[in-house]
Design a protein around this ligand. Structure first.
Ligand code: ATP
Length: 209
């Protein structure tokens, strides 16, 4: 029998604190499914994804060690909507399937799916509830500069490519305000953990009814 798992979709803009928040849930024993990790796995060396990419773009898309040349692939799809569509049509179903497979093998009370582009890529259809980590753009910029050592312009460029704060918040079932210190964050996560345990239990009751 396939048990329905309660899935929380965790998202937020660059440097909002998704990883930090996810790790706090993990401390309560909750399993994490990370879309970024899976997106790398589906194009790893010798994967079916990488074979299809090589057949389409040619061997020049590979580095000498047989792994994907990400810069070369970016060049191929940059400013080329047709090739970008081809690539997304190949990879998105693979990523989706792998995320759902990981959810099924999880044994925790519920699962946190970390998806930076949850709404942009319409992956919110996979989850039972959405959780947005929210900080002001100025804080996104300062935390990214501090973490990655990039320029202000580079961060502003990334911010411009993502959905706005308002659009994201409008679609959130729950919001974590990560503008405070670690203790404030921890107590918000604790409260949400209790809520999700209850929602997961309710879901199980409904399935057995
Ligand atoms: P990305 O989208 O770039 O993958 P992310 O959303 O996963 O980022 P984190 O890596 O968790 O964000 O956090 C971004 C940076 O901000 C990290 O350096 C982290 O240590 C720091 N940070 C997170 N939360 C706080 C906080 N409440 N106070 C101060 N710094 C924080």
């Amino acid at each position: 029998m396939m048990l329905k798992k309660f899935i929380v979709g965790l998202t937020g803009g660059i440097a909002s604190g998704k990883t930090t928040v996810a790790n706090l849930f993990a401390q309560y024993g909750i399993d994490l499914v990370d879309a970024d990790v899976i997106a790398r796995e589906v194009v790893s060396t010798n994967s079916d994804g990488l074979k299809a990419i090589t057949e389409h773009f040619g061997q020049a898309i590979l580095l000498t060690d047989g792994s994907l040349d990400r810069a070369a692939l970016r060049t191929q799809v940059f400013d080329n909507p047709e090739q970008r569509l081809w690539l997304n049509t190949l990879l998105h179903p693979m990523i989706r399937q792998k995320m759902l497979d990981q959810v099924q093998t999880s044994t925790s009370a519920y699962v946190i799916m970390i998806v930076p582009l949850l709404f942009e890529n319409h992956l919110d259809s996979l989850v039972d509830t959405t959780l947005v980590v929210d900080i002001a753009p100025e804080l996104q910029i300062s935390r990214t500069i501090q973490r990655d050592g990039v320029s202000k312009q580079q961060v502003e460029h990334i911010l411009a490519s993502q959905m706005t704060r308002e659009q994201r918040l409008a679609q959130a079932d729950n919001i974590i305000d990560n503008q405070g210190d670690h203790e404030v964050l921890r107590s918000q996560v604790f409260g949400l953990h209790q809520q999700y345990l209850q929602q997961a239990a309710d879901l199980e009751t409904n399935v057995h009814d």
